[in-house]
Design a protein around this ligand. Structure first.
Ligand SMILES: [Zn+2]
Length: 343
């Protein structure tokens, strides 16, 4: 560990990271408010790290959480040794974000959803080139929070021993919750809310650059592309625009788990089976044909296609016996001709 820390220090010194740390500390001394954690962004070029220490370089590329912990330990040591911020008492209060400048140009560093482990796989940085198709407005998330032990005799009832910091892929409840217990006396921990640090976050939906070929219909293949949700945090908020292409570099994580989605084996009628086989070469044709003919008695084939497809999806999603209507797919249709819609 001490060898790696020495390498981190050499790298920070060579890359100018140490000088930047000194600069970044200055505004924290001016501010009146005392906070639970202080955030530092460190730009890291993996190639340069490998030149300093191949083991550390490997850690940066394959075990970012561990690498972040090493950089955090060195930053805390520098802050204390050089008396950069008096308000920082423990290493827990130093929130280090490593920003990798590059990744090696090999396939294993490119996000491949087909091979991405469906579970909690290893968390390491990968890159993806994609088009922004949707984004949310900027909202708040908890960057860090201070917790105190409710047992007055415990050393953790004061000070900065229990600090929780947002980690990549973590949900809000992983950072702030009311059932954490003290590591020393196992009593309950209570958040000291006046120390909570909030940051900005924005969700961006990105679709793989290759999906554009499918959308332009030049390619007659059965490939499907799943969009990816990207979390932009803090200084990265509002840095992307809808419709533009970006190469992003991040750590993939399973954030939302939908326990209600199940795959039920079911039997199709023979006609459906034949239709499905006949249209297997295209990802869209089966649903398009089914929607085309849906509701034949009400409207002729080909009319209200989008509405028919919407109704079909709603029927598939909504089960009559389901008491919980939260996951039902609701439809809103607007038209000047209400007669057909009523039918
Ligand atoms: Zn305690």
């Amino acid at each position: 560990l001490s060898n790696s820390c020495e390498s981190v220090l050499v790298y920070l010194d060579r890359s100018g990271g140490l000088r930047k740390l000194v600069e970044d500390c200055k505004p924290f001394n001016d501010a009146q408010q005392v906070e639970a954690v202080y955030r530092f962004c460190i730009s890291v070029n993996p190639y340069d790290v490998i030149e300093v220490d191949p083991v550390l370089g490997d850690c940066v590329l394959h075990d970012p959480l561990n690498a972040t912990a090493l950089f955090r330990a060195v930053c805390f040591l520098a802050i204390k040794t050089l008396s950069l911020v008096e308000k920082i008492h423990t290493e827990n209060q130093v929130n280090v974000i490593l920003k990798l400048t590059h990744l090696p140009p090999f396939p294993e560093y490119v996000l491949d959803l087909c091979n991405f482990p469906r579970g909690y796989g290893p968390m390491r940085p990968v890159s993806m080139e994609g088009l922004v198709i949707a984004m949310t407005r900027v909202t708040k998330y908890t960057q860090g929070a201070r917790f105190l032990c409710i047992n007055d005799d415990c050393p953790c009832s004061t000070g900065f021993h229990h600090i929780r910091v947002h980690a990549p892929g973590a949900t809000e409840s992983a950072t702030v919750r009311n059932d954490f217990t003290c590591m020393i006396c196992s009593s309950q921990l209570k958040e000291d809310v006046k120390f909570r640090v909030l940051g900005d976050k924005q969700l961006v939906e990105l679709i793989h650059v290759k999906a554009l070929d499918v959308l332009t219909a030049h390619q007659q293949s059965s490939l499907r592309y799943q969009s990816v949700n990207l979390f932009l945090r803090d200084e990265l908020c509002n840095s992307m625009r809808i419709g533009r292409l970006y190469r992003v570099l991040g750590i993939p994580a399973h954030v939302h788990q939908w326990p209600n989605i199940t795959w039920n084996p079911c039997t199709f009628s023979c006609n459906f089976q034949n239709l499905k086989e006949a249209t297997a070469f295209s990802p869209w044709r089966f649903s398009a044909i089914v929607a085309h003919y849906f509701g034949l008695d009400v409207t002729p084939p080909g009319l209200y296609n989008t509405l028919k497809l919407g109704l079909l999806l709603s029927l598939v999603q909504t089960r009559a016996d389901e008491k919980n209507t939260f996951h039902n797919l609701d439809l809103l249709a607007a038209t000047t001709d209400t007669l057909i819609l009523d039918r």
